[in-house]
Design a protein around this ligand. Structure first.
Ligand SMILES: Cc1cc2nc3c(=O)[nH]c(=O)nc-3n(C[C@H](O)[C@H](O)[C@H](O)COP(=O)(O)O)c2cc1C
Length: 444
């Protein structure tokens, strides 16, 4: 018995591992309300992740690079397959699509400012493109979503790339939600929706039923944009090997794979915790699919879902990603869940660090809200500056690790540089268990 709870130690009372306190609270809540739980954030359960991998730094058999003298490239070009104007990013960390509606206009602007300051891209979301965001983002990816909320062909042409969203890691197979309290006049106008009414967006695109239709849709988008900009396809990580093959065949320039830890603005808790596969497990499947088609590095792979630090960036890239995208971590860098708002979080039944009710629109930090007074609390210039600092740290940390492995480019990191701390991670990431040459699963 491994109870760490004081009560258990002192009294001998034993909490059930199956019906623990949180499970009982949820059963009571469901019994009282008859409503399933909706929340934002990503999966909170522990799943195999990048922390379960370690780098093998260089020593005798490998030659490390000198941090202050020898360069380690971080620039990546996205969309080299068909687009006339691929996107060049100075750091392989991009900002993931997060909707205006879920986030305040100030938060969207801050994301654009932070990304632009370090030469990377940011992405629109369900709900369309805001002028603040376009104005402050030097490289803006426009999402084309099943809901078509905020979809505007003129905005498509203003974008530097288009991301066709098939799914998200937090809810593969499910659609988005934006509850009435966040559908203000401006949000309603952009989405062509009535004000104040709950919105549940579609889980699949209205005009295609399979990969062949997707190929036609990609052609349409290329014609609207005159073959200038890259077309990305974003999928939630489930049957990633097959999805990546189909996306390449349909004509994608870039594939975005979002793992189950990926954040969301709002969906059912049961979805967030029980659908999809961990980010780390999805990458080798995607890379295998690309390699088998001779497309690895030709169709670029962006990975998201739980990226927090430069080690995560470097590990995702060592497994074969060309870049990563961040959502939750970017919001935290802006000031989401900051302890300075703890008293206010308590008033709405939460606490700093735990706040996930983005759908309620009461975020004291002014980020996941449409309340004009709360939104004012976020200064987009200052928040953008914090995000830029954070992005610089991620980049420098990833470079440090790459140099220690003897690599003069982040994309030269490879699975050979990694080992796993446990069997699960070894099997999912397809790298050897530390201290052995054993890879539990060699093929998919
Ligand atoms: C507040 C919020 C809003 C989001 N809105 C969208 C969206 O509109 N479209 C989309 O494809 N993904 C959306 N996502 C998911 C992100 O694009 C991304 O896949 C995810 O946040 C990555 O995982 P991470 O949060 O662990 O970095 C949203 C995520 C958050 C946290």
């Amino acid at each position: 018995m491994s109870d760490s709870n004081d009560l258990n130690v002192k009294t001998g009372l034993r909490e059930s591992a199956t019906f623990d306190a949180a499970t009982m609270t949820e059963i009571r809540r469901a019994a009282e309300t008859g409503i399933y739980d909706i929340r934002g954030f990503g999966a909170k359960r522990k799943v195999p992740h990048f922390d379960d991998l370690l780098f093998l730094g260089a020593s005798m058999s490998r030659y490390p690079l000198e941090g202050y003298r020898e360069k380690c490239n971080t620039q990546v070009t996205l969309g080299t397959r068909f687009a006339k104007k691929p996107i060049v990013i100075e750091t392989p960390v991009t900002i993931a699509g997060m909707s205006f509606g879920a986030l305040s206009a100030n938060a969207k602007e801050a994301l654009g400012r932070g990304a632009s300051a370090v030469g990377t891209s940011t992405t629109t979301g369900d709900g369309g493109m805001t002028p603040e965001e376009r104005g402050q983002s030097t490289k803006l990816v426009y999402q084309y979503l099943p809901s078509r909320y905020g979809m505007n062909p003129d905005d498509l042409r203003k974008a530097d790339a288009i991301e066709v969203v098939l799914g998200q890691g937090a809810k593969p197979g499910g659609g988005g939600m934006l509850l009435g309290q966040k559908i203000t006049d401006r949000v309603a106008k952009m989405r062509t929706l009535p004000m104040g009414v709950d919105q549940r967006s579609a889980c699949r695109h209205p005009d295609w039923t399979g990969p062949d239709d997707l190929a036609i849709k990609i052609q349409e988008l290329r014609e609207i944009t005159d073959w200038q900009v890259p077309i990305y396809i974003k999928v939630g990580a489930t049957r990633t090997y097959y999805d990546v093959k189909l996306a390449v065949k349909a004509g994608a320039d870039v594939i975005v794979v979002d793992g189950m830890q990926g954040g969301t603005a709002a969906t059912q808790e049961v979805f967030i915790e029980h659908v999809g596969i961990p980010t780390m497990a999805a990458i080798p499947q995607a890379v295998q699919a690309l390699q088998e088609m001779g497309m690895h590095r030709k169709v670029q792979l962006i990975v998201s879902g739980g990226i927090r630090n430069g080690a995560d960036v470097a590990k995702a890239m060592a497994l074969g990603a060309d870049a990563v995208a961040i959502g939750t971590a970017a919001l935290i860098a802006l000031g989401c869940n900051h302890p300075k708002w703890d008293e206010e979080f308590k008033k709405i039944g939460s606490a700093a660090g735990y706040y996930d009710d983005y759908h309620e629109g009461k975020d004291p930090a002014g980020i996941s809200t449409q309340d004009p007074e709360l939104s004012k609390r976020l200064d987009p210039v200052e928040a953008g500056h914090r995000l830029a600092n954070y992005l610089r740290v991620l980049t420098m940390e990833a470079q440090t690790l790459a140099r220690a492995c003897g690599k003069n480019d982040l994309r030269n990191l490879e699975p050979e540089d990694l080992v796993a701390l446990n069997v699960e991670a070894a099997a999912m990431a397809r790298v050897p268990l530390a201290g052995t040459s054993w890879i539990p699963s060699q093929s998919y």
